[in-house]
Structures are given as structure tokens and as C-alpha cells.
Design a protein around this ligand. Structure first.
Ligand code: FAD
Ligand code: SF4
Length: 481
């Protein structure tokens, strides 16, 4: 690398692709917030990489992407080779480039952090979008069919990553999902301003081109039994996600105008995508309440994770007059990505830190009128090292609200039909997979494997991708015995 290139990070600041102007976002534009780099922007940003020799970015990336190497290929305009390299570690690189909390992962550990980290996620998105638009496809011409068949339950990132790796090893992957579209939470949880749904449709075409088959609108355990799957396939991968909603047990949580976060986001995403203009519940959500009109309303969102950020920013786009996020710890302890918090602030969301909800208050007609919160200080760290929120006596106040959205998180549950097959789960519902006597990702039923949120608890797209990818290797090892 020339001297000029080596110090490019000093001459050129870190930049992100252009964003949709805030006036459009706050008046209901659901388009993907970040645009795309053009060739010269991508080359300049990639050229800021120091090639520092100890790529902390790769170590911190859960799929261990070969980041410095593909940044170099971008500088040389070898985009198809860069796309091949991206896919060698990550079956869904264009998705991760868009939705990973890079500030906590690859970019957060870039050696250049002090000068502005290399915009790794945006370059990853540029590589794959450009390669696919110019005809690049995964090359499977040398793959030999093994005659083995594996059923994948769940078309979320874990299931899709597993199917990709099985197809590359000549194993027929058949993916089942209870929903009518692939993607899991990519499709029905994460809003389109973070991930345009056409990206998932395009990935479906690529996977189908690789020979992966999809059986959608089919719920295992209801439409097809797990016994049947085991009879028809050589092994089964369970990428069923985490859908048990944490309600916090607040007084008033059943009032009119109180919504759980995920049904709110799911209904809304179906309206925005045009799949169902009425936003009716889909399979599995039939018992949920209808989406209220947020126009002109005061909305309070309880919780400070990624889901909470998606709720506040969706409420802004739905015309809410005032949107407040109440979080019980301080800003530094927020689990949501700092970039998403900054975007939410810019869109007009008000953050109240160190506020713990005590009760949701009712008006005369049992409609919600607000949330009583108490201020908190930070006490001793809990088992995960996070400091506990300690209520400060006498600091209670009412946050007025017409709509309250509860975004406290999700956890998995082990269905009866899996327990009956010998699959075991921990006390918090996570499927137990791997361990001293098992292959990685193998459950206590040797032909059933599991990964993603169903095993880790609610986490990230990229960790689900990593687990689906690695579970496929274990399945292949079992099939070769
Ligand atoms: P899922 O994506 O949940 O997919 C599981 C699939 O299994 C679903 O499609 C489901 O229908 C199917 N399924 C379940 N049971 C059955 C059955 N019996 N039969 C057939 N199909 C079944 N992560 C990030 O990295 N960045 C973000 O910005 C981000 N934002 C998020 C926003 C929201 C609102 C939420 C809820 C999560 C967000 N996450 C984010 C987390 C991320 O989406 C998940 O960690 C990831 O999708 C988990 O992947 P998975 O494949 O394990 O499960
Ligand atoms: Fe960064 Fe995520 Fe891409 Fe890894 S997959 S390089 S963490 S954006």
C-alpha cells in the first residue's frame, strides 16, 4: 500500500451513505434510512482501512468476516471477488451490513476508532448490492449432490444461513415456516426503514437458485408433526426464534391503548409492505389487539433495546404528536444501538433515562392515561455485570400518554412436541444444544439440531446467522458418519 493510501484516514473523514432527510422521515417515509455508497465513496471509505495487521474488526464480528481483505478488493474494484469472499463467512452479508449494531461489533473495535472507524457495514452492503445487481451469483457448479435431505424449521436468519451452507455441501435443504414469507423477524419485526423488504425477496431468489426449497404457511407441530419430519429427512434444524413476550407484570398492562411491541411492529410492517392494508394478525398472532391510529397521539414506549427503538421510530412515522422512550437505567447502559438512538433523537423522540415504570394508569373509560414512573439510581452490578436500577423513594411522577407500547424483550419457549422428542431446554426456555457429549448445536435428540434465538435467547441477526451456518457443519458431520 502506498504512503498516501496508508494515511487516507487522516485526509478523508469517515462518512456514512446519505440518509433520507428528517422532514420526510417524520412525515411518514418508510424507506430505508441510509442510501448506498457510489463506487468512489466506497473506494475512499474502504481505503481508510489501515490494514493494521491485527484485525480486531474480524475478531469482534460474530461471523469473523475477512474485512480487511474485502476492503482491499473494493479499492481495486474487484467486486465479484469481494462478494464471494463476503459469502465465504456470511450467508446473509447484505442483511448484516444493514442491521448489525456495528458500533458494538466490527466498527466498535476498529483500530481507527479515535479518527472515525471504517464504515464497514455500509461497504459490506455496497459490495453485495453491487455484485448482485451486476449478475454475481453463488457458484455451486462443483457441488456434488449427496442425496441427503435436511428439514429446516424456521425461515429466519438462523434457518436461512443453515440452508445456505447445506446447499453448498450438496445437501437438499427444505425450509418450513408458519408465515407466508421468509425472513422471520427480518420480514415481520425489523421495520422497512432499517431493512427494505425487497432485500429479503432477493435473498429468497438466490437461495432458490442454489436449490433450497421453501414450504411456507406450514407450522411444524400443527400442520406437520416433528415425527413426520424425522421420518422424511435425515436430520432437522430448529431455528424457531424467541417469541415469548416479557410483559413486566405491570398494573394496567391490559388497558385499552396498551400494546405489546412485536404485534405492533408486525401489524404495521404488513400495512407498510402492502401485504395486508388492514394489518390483520397473521398466524400465531390471532389473539392480539388491532393497531390503533397513532396520529396526533402521545405515545410512551417502555424499554431501551432495539425493539424499543423500532417502536419509537415507527410511532413517529405513524404521525404521533409526542413520542417518549422511558428506560430504567442511564443512557450508557441502553442495550439499543447508539446509532439507532441518535437517529431516533433526530426524528424527535424524547428519551427519559433512569425512569422505572410502576403502573399504567386508567381514565374513566378504562383507557390508558399515562404511566407512573419512579426515578432510579444505579446500584450494584447484577449477574451479567449490569448495574441494577434502584428506585429513589418519593420521586414518582406521571408520564401522560394515549398509547403505551411495552418493549421489554422476548424469550424462547420449548414446545411440548419438541420436549416429547427428547429435546431439552434450560429454565428460561432456551433449547440446550451442544455440550461435552454432543456435536455443536446438536440437541439431546441426536438428529435434531438448533441455533439462533431459540438457543441464545433474543439476540442479533448476525449471531443467528453464525449459529445457523455452524449448525449446518455439525449436521454435515453427522450425515457423513
Ligand atoms: P427468527 O428471526 O425469529 O425466525 C424464526 C422463524 O421460525 C420465524 O419465521 C417463525 O415463524 C418460524 N417458526 C417458529 N416456530 C415455527 C414452527 N413451529 N413451524 C414453522 N415455523 C416456525 N437484530 C439485529 O442484529 N439488528 C437489529 O436491528 C435488530 N432489530 C430487531 C428489531 C425487533 C423488533 C426485534 C424483535 C428483533 C430485532 N433484532 C435485531 C434481533 C433479530 O431480529 C433476531 O435476533 C433474529 O431474527 C433471530 O433469528 P432466528 O432465525 O433465530 O429467529
Ligand atoms: Fe460488521 Fe456485522 Fe458485517 Fe460482521 S456481519 S462485518 S459485525 S456488519
Amino acid at each position: 500500500m502506498s504512503r498516501k493510501q496508508a494515511f487516507q484516514f487522516l485526509d478523508l473523514p469517515r462518512t456514512m451513505p446519505q440518509r433520507i432527510p428528517v422532514e420526510l422521515r417524520t412525515s411518514g417515509d418508510w424507506g430505508e434510512l441510509y442510501g448506498k455508497f457510489d463506487k468512489s465513496d466506497a473506494q475512499y471509505q474502504a481505503g481508510r482501512c489501515l490494514d493494521c495487521g491485527n484485525p480486531y474488526c474480524s475478531w469482534k464480528c460474530p461471523v469473523h468476516n475477512a474485512i480487511p481483505q474485502w476492503l482491499q478488493l473494493v479499492q481495486e474494484d474487484r467486486i465479484h471477488e469481494a462478494a464471494t469472499l463476503c459469502h465465504s463467512t456470511n450467508p446473509l452479508p447484505e442483511v448484516c451490513g444493514r442491521v448489525c449494531p456495528q458500533d458494538r461489533l466490527c466498527e466498535g473495535s476498529c483500530t481507527l476508532e479515535e479518527f472515525g472507524a471504517v464504515t464497514i457495514g455500509a461497504v459490506e452492503k455496497y459490495i453485495v448490492d453491487t455484485a448482485l445487481a451486476t449478475g454475481w451469483k453463488p457458484d455451486l457448479h462443483a457441488v456434488k449432490c449427496t442425496g441427503k435431505r435436511v428439514a429446516v424449521v424456521g425461515a429466519g436468519p438462523a434457518g436461512l444461513a443453515c440452508a445456505d451452507r447445506l446447499a453448498r455441501a450438496g445437501v437438499q435443504a427444505v425450509v418450513f415456516d408458519r408465515y407466508e414469507k421468509i425472513g422471520g423477524l427480518l420480514q415481520f419485526g425489523i421495520p422497512s426503514f432499517k431493512l427494505d423488504k425487497s432485500v429479503i425477496d432477493r435473498r429468497r431468489e438466490i437461495l432458490e437458485g442454489m436449490g433450497v426449497q421453501f414450504r411456507l404457511g406450514v407450522e411444524i407441530g400443527r400442520d406437520i408433526s416433528i415425527e413426520q419430519l424425522q421420518a422424511d429427512y435425515d436430520a432437522v434444524f430448529l431455528g424457531t426464534g424467541a417469541y415469548r413476550y416479557t410483559d413486566g407484570g405491570l398494573i394496567g398492562q391490559d388497558l385499552k391503548g396498551v400494546l405489546p411491541a412485536l404485534p405492533f411492529l408486525v401489524h404495521n410492517s404488513r400495512i407498510v409492505s402492502g401485504d395486508d392494508p388492514q394489518g390483520r394478525p397473521i398466524a400465531g398472532w390471532e389473539d392480539q389487539i388491532a393497531l390503533p391510529d397513532l396520529n396526533g397521539k402521545r405515545v410512551v414506549v417502555l424499554g431501551g433495546g432495539d425493539t424499543g427503538m423500532d417502536c419509537v421510530r415507527s410511532a413517529i412515522r405513524l404521525g404521533a404528536a409526542k413520542v417518549t422512550c422511558a428506560y430504567r437505567r442511564d443512557e450508557a447502559s441502553m442495550p439499543g444501538s447508539a446509532r439507532e438512538v441518535a437517529n431516533a433523537r433526530e426524528e424527535g423522540v424524547r428519551f427519559l433515562f433512569n425512569r422505572q415504570p410502576l403502573a399504567i394508569e386508567a381514565g374513566a373509560d378504562d383507557e390508558v392515561i399515562g404511566v407512573t414512573v419512579v426515578e432510579t439510581g444505579l446500584g450494584a452490578p447484577d449477574a451479567n455485570g449490569r448495574r441494577n436500577a434502584v428506585p429513589i423513594e418519593g420521586s414518582e411522577s406521571l408520564l401522560e400518554a394515549d398509547v403505551v407500547i411495552i418493549a421489554f424483550g422476548f424469550s424462547p419457549t420449548l414446545p411440548e412436541w419438541l420436549a416429547a422428542q427428547g429435546v431439552q431446554a434450560s429454565s428460561n426456555g432456551r433449547i440446550i444444544a451442544g455440550g461435552s457429549s454432543l456435536l455443536p448445536y446438536q440437541t439431546h435428540n441426536p438428529r435434531l439440531f438448533a441455533g439462533g434465538d431459540a438457543v441464545r435467547g433474543a439476540d442479533l441477526v448476525v449471531t443467528a446467522v453464525a449459529e445457523g451456518r455452524d449448525a449446518a457443519q455439525s449436521i454435515i458431520a453427522l450425515l457423513q458418519r
